[in-house]
Design a binder for this molecule. Structure first.
Ligand code: COA
Length: 161
């Protein structure tokens, strides 16, 4: 059974990510959600908080594991014995960046392929930063993130109101 990793910053995880995960978990034997300790992005949530939220939303999948990584995704994939990197393609605007990253990753390790899933069309315009922004300005994100993520966003972003 093939092992795949699904890397991302997940700051926070959204229904779009979970949609990709559901599809990937039905195709691969095991999927590692690999939470990047991505300091360039200066995440709102700590790595531990991001992992806790993902754990809460993925307990129904026996073949999904959650981990964190630093450095190159291909290196992490090699370390855990994965032969596939999962990525989501939301719109054509994702393509250039994803194409470049997939080819560079393959250049670094030809044994690891990138497999793309398209999320449900309801989520094509969704991103973690959009969700953060909506909550920051008092909007409702119920249709974009699980309840627990919504509550965590409100706790973080509106605590000084
Ligand atoms: N649903 C909703 N949102 C989605 C989504 C989906 N299906 N897929 C992506 N997004 C959003 C993300 O939430 C993120 O939003 P944000 O920028 O507003 O926070 C945005 O789209 C970009 O997502 P993604 O491309 O997955 O970036 P990321 O920051 O989450 O993850 C890494 C990028 C960490 C996977 C990548 O940089 C990496 O592998 N880094 C390690 C170093 C490395 O190996 N680099 C590659 C060398 S070629």
């Amino acid at each position: 059974m093939k092992l795949a990793i699904y890397p991302g910053t997940f700051d926070p995880v959204t229904n779009g990510h979970l949609d990709i995960l559901k599809r990937a978990a039905s195709v691969f034997g095991t999927v590692y959600i690999a939470v990047a300790q991505n300091m360039h992005k200066n995440p709102l949530f700590t790595t531990e908080e991001r992992i806790a939220m993902i754990q809460n939303c993925t307990s129904q999948y026996p073949n999904v594991k959650i981990d964190q990584f630093k450095g190159l995704a291909v290196e992490y994939a090699r370390k855990v014995g994965a032969s596939v990197i999962i990525r989501g393609l939301r719109a054509i605007s994702d393509f250039d960046y994803e194409f470049q990253m997939a080819l560079m990753n393959r250049h670094m390790n030809d044994n690891i392929d990138t497999v793309f899933f398209m999320p449900h069309e309801d989520y094509t315009y969704l991103s973690s930063s959009t969700v953060r922004e909506i909550v920051r300005f008092g909007g409702n994100v119920s249709e974009f993130v699980p309840e627990i993520v919504k509550n965590e966003l409100i706790r973080k972003l509106r605590s000084d109101e």
